[in-house]
Design a binder for this molecule. Structure first.
Ligand code: AMP
Length: 434
């Protein structure tokens, strides 16, 4: 039991505050100073299993890179043989998400949170740290209602952090992700964060997401084309600003520097207050890392590795977002014999590849319409003809999802053909199989 335990004679554990992507978070008190803290406990084994050792080191190093009034502070890191403990600033006011869940916020409240969010994000960007996973769940409030951005430690993680299905455990939706991130085009972390801030501002003011659809493909389309509507209660000034933030083209999307001169954004801000928060902070050393008796210090060597990150692609989102209802993605009920893959080739290239394979395997094309290819192989024996449906879905203009499924015929024959002939023949166009 973690409760009521004293950690290394330093922190007395209290209640469970929440379950995050990387482990449980507990309330605790410093034995010496009685200061309230939050402790995130990670099982080393779990971290190792999902290949997150490096990411954890990154979490430590990027959390320690940033010290700002609107960023949750990391005080120290403790470790013993089995666990890693992150001792963090305690945010008493819970998640900002809870406020939004009660209903939309007043414009001045939303603006205040947004200004604090931008201040934190601007500060991090100026130090080369990008969050990449900004959403209301990562925004906590302290006892004074001041916004604290959490999980900045995850900022430097690329797609690998999704290997454990982490996306679905957070909010189950890619609704905050910028179109260029979904499109898998090389992207600018700063502009991608600004997009997410725009989605957050929209949610604060509207009480709901700008891009919503039970069908993921439709949702991606809406994100890619910035297809959303402002509710009637949004003021003209905020709609003007949001249109500049939710611009699907990252190059012409507004920068933070420009945003700081925007009249709606500036309202109520003391002049230069954004500037000051960054400048006032003194550079900070890495937090102390303390090891328990059996810990191996080398296991926590801190290394900054924000470069060369693998990019998140839409298939990762789809395949890992199991919290989402994917049923709307497909028109027919999912059968066991259905497989899917993604491809970055054009729809016509995929279609011609599928037709080539059909021809090689002596199938006849029965239907070809709107991305659907129905092929059939007449069977001279007693068995029903083997028929396969292949359907291409556009996720974004540069990413397609292809579904391959037996519609009739012998399952064994189909399975053998799929594994031994169809899959190998598709290898040139497949980005990833589900
Ligand atoms: P995380 O692993 O950071 O996503 O945290 C999981 C949950 O624990 C959050 O959604 C919060 O409800 C809670 N939590 C995390 N960090 C803190 C903190 N520093 N202070 C208070 N609650 C926290």
């Amino acid at each position: 039991m973690e409760n009521k335990k004293v950690l290394m004679q330093k922190y007395e554990f209290g209640n469970l505050l929440g379950q995050g992507n990387f482990g449980k978070v507990y309330y605790a008190k410093s034995v010496k100073t009685k200061q309230s803290v939050a402790i995130k406990v990670m099982e080393k084994e779990k971290v190792r299993k999902v290949g997150m050792i490096d990411q954890t080191k990154t979490e430590i190093s990027s959390m320690s890179l940033v010290k700002h009034p609107n960023i949750l502070e990391l005080y120290e890191v403790l470790a013993n043989k089995n666990k890693i403990y992150f001792i963090m600033e305690y945010a008493d006011g819970g998640e900002l998400f809870n406020e939004v869940a009660k209903g939309k916020l007043r414009e001045d409240m939303a603006r205040r949170y947004f200004q604090q969010l931008i201040s934190a994000v601007d500060f991090c960007h100026s130090r080369g740290v990008y969050h990449r996973d900004l959403k209301p769940e990562n925004l906590l409030l302290d006892e004074n209602g001041t916004l604290k951005v959490s999980d900045f430690g995850l900022s430097a993680l690329g797609v690998s952090k999704y290997q454990d299905g982490l996306l679905h455990t957070t909010c189950g939706t890619p609704a905050y992700v910028a179109p260029e991130v979904i499109n898998q085009k090389g992207y600018d972390g700063a502009k991608a964060d600004i997009w997410s801030c725009g989605v957050i501002l929209f949610v604060l003011l509207a009480g709901y997401l700008p891009f919503r659809d039970s069908n993921l493909v439709e949702m991606y389309k809406k994100i890619s084309t910035a297809d959303y509507k402002f509710p009637s209660w949004f003021s003209p000034d905020v709609t003007k600003l949001l249109s500049k933030i939710l611009n699907p083209n990252p190059r012409s999307r507004i920068s933070i520097a420009k945003m700081k001169t925007n009249p709606w954004f500036k309202k109520g801000l003391k002049s230069n207050s954004l500037q000051k928060t960054s400048e006032q902070d003194s550079p900070r050393a890495d937090p102390p890392v303390v090891f328990g008796p059996e810990a191996n210090p080398a296991a926590l060597e801190i290394k900054n590795q924000t470069d060369d990150l693998p990019k998140l692609n839409a298939f990762d989102i789809i395949s890992l977002s199991s919290g989402l209802d994917l049923s709307g993605l497909f028109t027919e009920t999912k059968e066991k014999k259905e497989v899917q893959f993604t491809s970055v080739h054009s729809a016509s290239a995929i279609t011609s590849k599928l037709k080539d394979i059909a021809q090689q395997l002596k199938f006849k094309i029965k239907t070809e319409a709107g991305g659907l290819l129905k092929i059939e192989k007449s069977n001279k024996g007693r068995k029903a003809a083997l028929a396969i449906d292949m359907e291409i879905f556009e996720i974004t203009p540069s990413l397609y999802l292809v579904q391959v499924k037996k519609s009739s015929g012998d399952s064994l024959e189909y399975e053998k053909m799929l594994q031994e002939e169809i899959r190998p023949a598709l290898k040139d166009i497949v980005l990833s199989w589900q």
